[in-house]
Design a protein around this ligand. Structure first.
Ligand SMILES: Cc1cc2nc3c(=O)[nH]c(=O)nc-3n(C[C@H](O)[C@H](O)[C@H](O)COP(=O)(O)O)c2cc1C
Length: 209
C-alpha cells in the first residue's frame, strides 16, 4: 500500500496555494514534452464509467491561434457591451487571457458521442462526461504547477466557433481552452472564503415542515 509522508503533504499544499490562474506568460518555449506529460497525467483522472471522454487538441497552427484570439476579443467586447452595464469600464481594464503570449494553447473537449463505458453513469446525469473532463483539468493544473508551469483558463469564447476553427467533430463539447507557459509571476491562489457557509450540517436542510 502506498503511503505518503508529511514532507510530501507540505509540498502538495504549497502547490495548491501556488495554483492561481495565469494571464501573463513568459514567451520562451515550453520545456520539451511538457504537453504530452500533462496530458498523460490528466488521463489518470477518474471518469464516469471509465469512459475517458476527454479529447485534447494542442493548437500549434498560427492561423488557428490567431482565429481563437480574435474570437476571444469579439466575445469579450460583446460581454462588456451587453452584460456589464456600469461595471463595463472597470471590467474592460482587466486582462482576461494570456492567449497572445502563452507559448502553449490546449483545447479540451468532452466527446458526447463517446461509447466507451456504454453510458454507465450517464443515463441519469449525461453531464457527468463534462464533469470528468473538468476532473482531468484539475489534475493537469496541479501537475503543471509542480513543473513550474502555469495554466490560464479561457472561457470567454464561442464554443461553436472554436469547434470550427479547430475542425473537430460536432459531438465534441468545448470544456476549456487553456493557455500554457511559464508564468511571469508566481501565481498565488487568491484564497477561498473558507468553510463557513459552504458546508451544510447533516440534517440542516431536511427539517423543513
Ligand atoms: C471554469 C473557469 C473559467 C474561467 N475563465 C476565465 C477566463 O475566461 N478569463 C480569465 O481571466 N480567467 C478565467 N478563469 C480564472 C478565474 O477567474 C480565477 O481562477 C479566479 O478569478 C480566481 O483567481 P486565482 O486563480 O488567481 O486565484 C476561469 C476559471 C475557471 C475555473
Amino acid at each position: 500500500m502506498v503511503s505518503f509522508d508529511e514532507k510530501l503533504r507540505r509540498q502538495l499544499q504549497k502547490v495548491f496555494v501556488c495554483c492561481g490562474d495565469v494571464r501573463r506568460f513568459r514567451t520562451d518555449p515550453l520545456p520539451p514534452d511538457i504537453m504530452e506529460r500533462l496530458i498523460k497525467t490528466a488521463c489518470l483522472s477518474p471518469s464516469v464509467g471509465l469512459s475517458q471522454p476527454w479529447r485534447f487538441v494542442v493548437v500549434e497552427d498560427k492561423e488557428r491561434r490567431r482565429a481563437v484570439t480574435e474570437d476571444f476579443a469579439a466575445c469579450n467586447t460583446n460581454a462588456l457591451l451587453s452584460d456589464f452595464g456600469e461595471r463595463a469600464a472597470r471590467y474592460a481594464a482587466l486582462k482576461l487571457s494570456g492567449l497572445e503570449d502563452a507559448p502553449g494553447h490546449l483545447a479540451l473537449f468532452a466527446d458526447k458521442a463517446c461509447e466507451t463505458g456504454h453510458g454507465l453513469g450517464r443515463v441519469t446525469m449525461p453531464e457527468a462526461s463534462e464533469y470528468s473532463v473538468v476532473a482531468a483539468i484539475c489534475s493537469m493544473w496541479l501537475a503543471a504547477r509542480a513543473e513550474n508551469i502555469g495554466l490560464g483558463w479561457v472561457s470567454i469564447l464561442n464554443p461553436t466557433r472554436i469547434r470550427e476553427i479547430l475542425d473537430v467533430p460536432e459531438s465534441w463539447r468545448l470544456i476549456s481552452y487553456l493557455c500554457v507557459g511559464t508564468p511571469r509571476q508566481s501565481p498565488m491562489s487568491r484564497g477561498s472564503k473558507g468553510l463557513s457557509g459552504n458546508i451544510a450540517e447533516d440534517g440542516e436542510f431536511t427539517s423543513r415542515r
